[in-house]
Design a protein around this ligand. Sequence first.
Ligand code: PLP
Length: 386
Amino acid sequence: MHNNIVRADLDCLIEYLSQDDPRLTNGPKVEEFEKAWSNWLGVESSVVLNSGSSANDLAILALSHLKGVGEVVVSPLGWVSDIASIIHAGCKPVFVDIDLATLAPSVSAIEKAITRETKAALLVHILGLAALTQEHIELFESLDTVELIEDVCESHGATVGLKKAGSFGWMSCFSFYYAHHLTTIEGGAVCTNDMEVYETLRMLRAHGLVREVKDSAVRASIVESHKDLNPEFIFQYAAHNMRPTEIQGVLGLAQLARLDENNKARTRNLMRFLEQLDEKRFYTNFATEGSSNYAFIIILREPDTRLRDAMENKMRENGIEFRRGLSGGGNQLRQPYLRRLYPDLDPKDFPNVEHVHNYGWYVGNFPDLQVQEIDWLCEVLQGPVN
Ligand SMILES: Cc1ncc(COP(=O)(O)O)c(C=O)c1O
């Protein structure tokens, strides 16, 4: 990957820091970025945080506070925090397999996993592909007691129909970590159209403090029922500190100005890559419509371990950096933290996630990648292997 924070972003930061007494802790710049980001995404409000993992944690914590503790449907392909957040909140992850075309669970897989205990489905948009189809959206519209939470950490700008991924769910999570479409070095956000969720997230972001609530009437009513407490120090929830700094606000605003243009370049790169890829060796039938690519997705068609190892040797010899297992290293059910918690769950019961775990990689895509580099990458990937 190339550095995604460019000179222009650093110049914005230097200009900000050159003021006489620039504010550095969470304040007006973060708020300005929250408004601009919500506007770009097409949602009412966003709460910017110190990471995408914090976004996962706060989304599921808010779910458990507002809807109760229960089951959350999730696929074992994603980042550790997609599942850790469910466990941290005292909820139970219910695992479902993915479709290879979207790398996300199908409508029927989700429907089968829903029980009376289900509070939400956490759907991860993997590496730029949209996890949602119109059918998913209709499903969640028809479900009164199951919320949709989107993890869009790897797919800023992906669309489903006319709307952006992250604008459909009750909440959506973003990461602004270094290699992502938009970066604030470290950072993240939870976005929502629900004002109760927004106020809850604001408290959960900052120690559970009631003084974080924006709506003065809501704040006053809580304060009123705790007359024995200093209004400045009412801790509504047992919470952490996940606040960002003003530096993240300044960088986010600078990066947002280039995001759409960058995403177009990422998509152009992906299309050039997929058009050349040998469909006999590689799976190429991804649902790319509306995608906003994070990294090139490379999956062998057949479960051929000898070819897999030879391909890895070849990529290493050519200096091509890759990550096996796609997002988060593949099937989370193989990871020690889940093996310990769910020893009876068999990772092999999720055959498509298993296939990606064993025979899938990602290789960096970034806006200034040159066409010659893409063509060369394809040549290396399709050429003869020993
Ligand atoms: C799908 C997904 N969710 C959550 C995260 C966590 O984000 P962060 O690294 O900002 O904590 C990542 C990280 O890249 C991710 O890919």
